[in-house]
Design a binder for this molecule. Structure first.
Ligand code: SF4
Length: 366
């Protein structure tokens, strides 16, 4: 998997050859960009292009729009729906005409102050029309970045949205916001679709966490926070004679037939390190001891928010040269003692895959 620092270069390279030839992209005139952004809210792009071309023919610049009677603007909007957009467009054009000398303002705050313009549209116009280093996070961008960066909070809740915004800003290459924002939206519209994303053809697949973890269907998280069920789980990496114990889950249930490190729910009042020794004994009959705490991994899936306490385990008294013992499996169909470098060849649930990624950076265990 490549570093997320490669995300923007890969995205921009793809956009340079896959950008749709949309009329407002010819010269990025601010008036045209603004009209297109307002029309694109709640409307499919194919329909936007037809309406946009007719609208621009009827009202070719801000002056023409500002001077138009409202009935004429509504008529040009007929069939697009959400008519407050048309009324706000007209009101904003008159403000631009009266207060900005007919020139669309370039400053984010001045754009944001116009009727019908929120954070997204202000960011989009400021970046696409004027090249300002602002982000523009719409539903497409929320979805793409929640998948690429494995954001496991509901993206329509303030906390989740704030995480996406922070990621969008951190990945924005200075001076390239025009293409970066459009490329993100384009990727969401054409490749990283809500259903059936085309990961095979995706230009950022090598940096996409959700794809790496096999949880694309779980991202973005849309469930409201109040519906989330917290789960406390302990898991153990039993490391003995240079090998790690893994087991293959039973076919039924969540993650059936995937491989895992043994473990399970932490019971009420139980300490995580006690829970993993108990779980390991129940699932394998191995009497283990905790050698170290490896990590606490937080991971969301469907309606659960899992806190995974991860431990390094040993078999006390086991001589390094002695054969590795066979388990008595109660919660798995098969087991292996594998070399650390072999873990990448097995399919693990996302939480365990995250743990493996962290182990890869823990040279002391390898
Ligand atoms: S790899 Fe798949 S999930 Fe990830 S960004 Fe690309 S299309 Fe979306």
């Amino acid at each position: 998997m490549r570093d997320v620092a490669d995300f923007a270069p890969l995205l921009l390279h793809w956009f340079s050859s896959h950008a749709r030839a949309l009329p407002w992209r010819r010269d990025y005139d601010p008036y045209a960009v603004w009209v297109s952004e307002i029309m694109a809210q709640q409307t499919q792009m194919d329909r936007v292009v037809d309406y946009f071309n007719r609208f621009m023919a009827r009202f070719p610049d801000i002056g023409a729009l500002a001077a138009a009677p409202e009935d004429a603007v509504l008529k040009a909007w007929e069939g697009l729906g959400y008519y407050s957009r048309a009324r706000n467009l007209l009101a904003a054009a008159r403000i631009v005409q009266a207060e900005h000398g007919g020139r669309f303002p370039a400053d984010f705050d001045a754009i944001r102050a116009l009727p019908g313009i929120g954070d997204y549209t202000a960011g989009a116009v400021a970046s696409i029309a004027f090249g300002a280093d602002t982000v523009a996070v719409d539903a497409n961008v929320l979805r793409v970045l929640a998948r690429v960066c494995d954001i496991d909070a509901p993206v329509k809740e303030p906390a989740g949205k704030a995480r996406v915004l922070a990621v969008a800003r951190s990945l924005l290459p200075p001076g390239r916001a025009r293409d970066y924002n459009q490329a993100l939206m384009e990727l969401g519209a054409l490749v990283c679709r809500p259903k059936n994303p085309d990961c095979q053809a995706c230009p950022v697949a090598d940096v996409c966490q959700a794809r790496h973890l096999g949880i694309v269907a779980d991202r973005p998280v849309l469930t409201k926070t109040r519906d989330i069920t917290p789960l406390l789980v302990a898991t153990g990496v039993l490391f003995q004679a240079g090998r790690i114990f893994i087991q293959k889950r039973l076919p039924a249930g969540a993650w059936g037939n995937l491989w895992e490190f043994p473990g399970g729910r932490i019971e009420d009042g139980e300490m995580p390190d006690a829970a993993i020794v108990r779980e390991f004994a129940e699932e394998t009959a191995f009497a283990t001891e905790v050698a170290a705490k490896l990590a606490v991994i937080r991971h969301g899936y469907t309606t659960f928010r899992v806190t995974l306490h991860c431990f390094l385990l040993r078999l006390p008294g086991h001589a390094e040269a002695a054969p590795l013992p066979a388990p008595v499996l109660t919660a798995a169909q098969e087991s292996r003692w594998v070399l650390p470098g072999e873990l990448s060849g097995f399919a693990f649930p996302a939480g365990h895959r995250k743990l493996i990624d962290q182990l890869a950076n823990s040279l002391w265990i390898l």
